[in-house]
Write a protein that binds this ligand. Structure first.
Ligand code: ZN
Length: 320
C-alpha cells in the first residue's frame, strides 16, 4: 500500500515510540537494507550477529520504489538501516530524513571517495548511484557496512573485521575475473547498450562505451530522438547485441532492435543483466557476487569475448 505525505507522517509518529526489536544485548541485531545487494553485503559481514532483511526484492526498481506501511514498521524497529544513497532510493529520501533522528542510518555507497564518483551531466550533475557494478568500488560499501555494525557491537569488532576481510577478498577475486574476461571482448565491440544508464562505473572500469536508452534513473522517459540516435550508433558501429535488465521494462530495447532491423542491421538480445536488483533468493545470481559474475560473463560472451558459460566459480545457471 502506497502512502501519501500526510499518511506517512502519521504512521511515522505512531511508530516513533516503538522500541527496537532487539532486546537482549547478545541477541542478533535487526538490520534493514534497501536493496538486495546491500542486504547480501550486510549478511556476509555480520554473519550470525545480525538478522538482515531487504525492502526491495528481485526485479524491483529502486529509483521508483515507494515505502509501504509494513516497510515503515520494519524500519522503525530496526537497530540499523543501510541504504545506498546518492539518490538511488529517490522516493524514500523524506522517510530517511525523518527516521534519521530515531535510528542509525548509513548510506553505504556514499563511502566511495569523491574522486571515484561519476557525476552525470545529463542528470542534473548528481552523483551516479550504481556503485555495486564494480567490486573494487563496492569494497568501500563493505567497509562502511562493517563500521556501522561495529558501532553497535564493538565487542565483536574482531569477528566483524575478519568477516569483512574475507568478503573483500572474494570481491577482489570477482574484480580480477571481470577485468580479465571482459578484456577478451574485441576492442571495436566494447559497446554496452542497456535499458537505463546503470553501467557507467562498469564502462569506466573495464573500458566499455556505455549507452543507456534512459538516463541513470529509470524515472526519465526515453524520447524517440534518443531511440533514433541509438539505432544510428548500432548500425554505424555494427553492434550486434543489446541487453535487457531484470528490473527495467524491455520495451525500449525492443524498439531499438526493430529500428535497426528496419535498416537491415540485425541486433540480438545479448542476455538479461542484473542492474539494480539481484536474482532470486537462494540462487547464486541472488547474491551480489553472483550478480557481478553473471553480468561480466554474459556481456563477455554476447560481445564475442571468452568466458566460461558457468562463470567464475562454475555456479551460473546455463542458458541465460
Ligand atoms: Zn539504476
Amino acid at each position: 500500500m502506497r502512502l501519501n505525505r500526510r499518511q506517512l507522517m502519521t504512521t511515522l509518529t505512531a511508530f516513533a515510540a516503538l522500541p527496537a526489536a532487539t532486546q537482549a544485548a547478545d541477541a542478533p541485531l535487526s538490520v534493514t537494507a534497501t536493496t538486495g545487494m546491500i542486504a547480501d553485503t550486510a549478511r556476509n559481514v555480520a554473519g550470525d550477529l545480525a538478522q538482515v532483511q531487504a525492502l526491495m526484492g528481485p526485479g524491483v526498481d529502486p529509483h521508483s520504489y515507494r515505502q509501504t506501511r509494513t516497510d515503515i514498521v520494519t524500519l522503525s524497529r530496526s537497530d540499523l538501516i543501510l541504504r545506498n544513497g546518492h539518490y538511488l532510493e529517490a522516493q524514500l529520501v523524506e522517510l530517511f530524513d525523518k527516521l534519521s533522528s530515531q535510528r542509525p542510518i548509513t548510506a553505504v555507497a556514499e563511502a566511495v571517495p569523491t574522486d571515484d564518483v561519476i557525476y552525470n551531466t545529463i542528470y542534473e550533475g548528481r552523483p551516479d548511484p550504481h556503485i555495486w557494478m564494480v567490486p573494487a568500488l563496492w569494497t568501500h560499501a563493505i567497509t562502511a557496512t562493517r563500521d556501522a555494525i561495529i558501532d553497535l557491537r564493538p565487542e565483536a569488532a574482531d569477528q566483524l573485521r575478519a568477516n569483512a576481510e574475507a568478503y573483500i577478498a572474494e570481491a577482489q577475486a570477482a574484480e580480477s575475473y571481470a577485468r580479465e574476461t571482459l578484456a577478451t571482448v574485441p576492442e571495436q565491440s566494447r559497446v554496452l547498450v542497456t535499458a537505463h544508464d546503470a553501467f557507467a562505473y562498469f564502462g569506466r572500469a573495464y573500458g566499455f562505451d556505455v549507452l543507456g536508452i534512459q538516463g541513470i534513473s529509470t524515472e526519465s522517459e526515453a524520447g524517440l530522438a534518443r531511440i533514433r540516435e541509438l539505432v544510428d550508433t548500432l548500425v554505424n558501429r555494427e553492434i550486434s547485441a543489446v541487453f535487457v535488465e531484470s528490473s527495467v521494462s524491455d520495451r525500449n530495447v525492443r524498439a531499438l532492435i526493430e529500428g535497426a532491423a528496419a535498416r537491415g542491421h540485425r541486433v540480438q538480445i545479448g542476455g538479461e543483466l542484473y542492474s539494480d536488483a539481484m536474482g532470486q533468493p537462494g540462487t547464486y545470481e541472488g547474491t551480489w557476487l553472483g550478480m557481478v559474475d553473471h553480468n561480466a560473463t554474459t556481456i563477455t560472451r554476447a560481445l564475442g569475448g571468452e568466458a566460461p558459460a558457468s562463470g567464475r566459480l562454475g555456479k551460473l545457471s546455463a542458458g541465460l
